[in-house]
Design a protein. Sequence first.
Length: 157
Amino acid sequence: MAEKTGTFVVTHAEPESAVVRDVETAQVHTLASNPDLEVHDVVEATVAPDPPLEVTWQVIAIEDRRSIELVDSDLEPTQRATELAADADVGDLVQTERAGTGEIHVFRVPEDEVESAAADVLEDEETIARAARLEAVRVEVRRSPADGVLSVRYLPD
């Protein structure tokens, strides 16, 4: 196997090792050592397999590193997000660019499932991976149980 350069999200970290996931391919790499990485860190890095068995990996270089902040907001979705959801069916996802940079994802869910849907988004590894692909540093989850609307805002720095 050869070196690989990409964007990785840290899914598990211990003092002696870490696990990173490529945000483009979802390939998982277990690192034989931990170069001071923490869960939810996003790194632009080059990794290479450890010889001789090549079952673990090592970080060769880190070009950039940032953390993704997950925010369980007590704010309601914006008026724009609520309007986007009004035209959607339950279960539908509406994606739109945010004014400036970033994205907003709006879901219609049954009113009694809004809280559990918000918790699912905040716990899902893919939320962090998506934020990394969008170059966001903050993910803000807003909800309106009365309307069955869940808004996920991917925000840049």
